[in-house]
Design a protein around this ligand. Sequence first.
Ligand code: DX5
Ligand code: ZN
Length: 221
Amino acid sequence: MDHLLSPSILTANFANLQKDIEMLNQSEADWMHVDVMDGVFVPNISFGFAVIKSIKQLAQKPLDVHLMIIDPDRYLEDFKNAGAAIITVHLEACTHLNRTIQKIKELGCKAGVAINPHTPVALLEDIIEEVDLVLIMSVNPGFGAQKFISNTYKKIKNLKTLSELRNPNLYIEIDGGVDQNNAALLINAGANVLVAGNAVFSASSPGSAISKLKHLEKALS
Ligand code: DX5
Ligand code: ZN
């Protein structure tokens, strides 16, 4: 399948989110990536349910909600009610990950698991068949516009091998420092969903930055 693009609204203009959501609606973006941070799991706080509900009212694309919060089970239903189509939790934040994933699926959402840069893909072996999506963090979570960690390529290849054997429809999503320079390499390594915050919202034309990140054929050949 062609790869998907999920622009992260973390770098959007919070004084005028409507404008940026409408830009995403008109763009070639596939999903909208919504980063939730609790100030405990990561050293930053982003936004909560009221903001996500407001985004949902305007968004014409699925909300891809990335929870960087401890003990996410407490809030899964609230995120579903706020408008999440995909809910991704961190492996490092879940004591009973299998239970959390089942709960997300029971709510009718697609279920994802995210791993930090230091967490090996091998730790996914006993959950890979249960999830719809694996998010590989290519920066340490907490902030937009950080430098891409190149160890990610090896992890994508390992995950691609695992998914071919055990879950061929898996979404392999890469989050952090994705830009024009590495996007094609990430897709070549096996990724099929790219998150991009800074590369989209800091561009002079976010719509054409999205278009370039969607059409990588030249770079791939
Ligand atoms: C980081 C977030 C990312 C971030 C990506 O903690 O999970 O989604 O917003 O932003 P860029 O593309 O700017 O690295
Ligand atoms: Zn994210």
